[in-house]
Design a protein around this ligand. Sequence first.
Ligand SMILES: [Fe+2]
Ligand SMILES: [Fe+2]
Length: 176
Amino acid sequence: MKEFLTDVETLRKRARENMDKGSVTDAYGADLERVLYVLNQALATELVCVLRYKRHYYTAKGIDAQPAADEFLQHAGEEEGHANQIAARISQLGGEPDFNPETLLERSHSEYNSSTKLKKMIQEDLVAERVAIASYTEIIAWLGDGDPTTRRMLEEILAVEEEHAEDMLDLLGGLT
Ligand SMILES: [Fe+2]
Ligand SMILES: [Fe+2]
């Protein structure tokens, strides 16, 4: 059997040092400042996605496109869930989740869209999902084994974004 890396005495001693860091120990293998920065970008991305999907939900409802509106509302709820997960992880890592609306769009990878045409809404949502998929894939690869908890959370979110992209593609196909 592979021997344990650090002896128990040292592990216990280290755990008592820097107790104010909470869950972040010497074993944390990622660049914490950079992780917090990237997570705040992801938080902004999710929040912009919530706003865009909400806007599309209420606009599509107005033009009587109920099936699309239902998808938009469901996605808005799921993006909000992602934002909550990411904000909680930022706090757990000792950072500050940034909800400042003034800088939201600058920090977001995805874009807002206020189209009134259903097809354009769906296209823009598909693009935003593809942006999120590409950026989460990069972040996951960059994290490697340095922060398995953050990586696992992002992997779960990524899987949902892939479903979202599929949903938007299906909606788009149903239009033509
Ligand atoms: Fe999301
Ligand atoms: Fe999404």
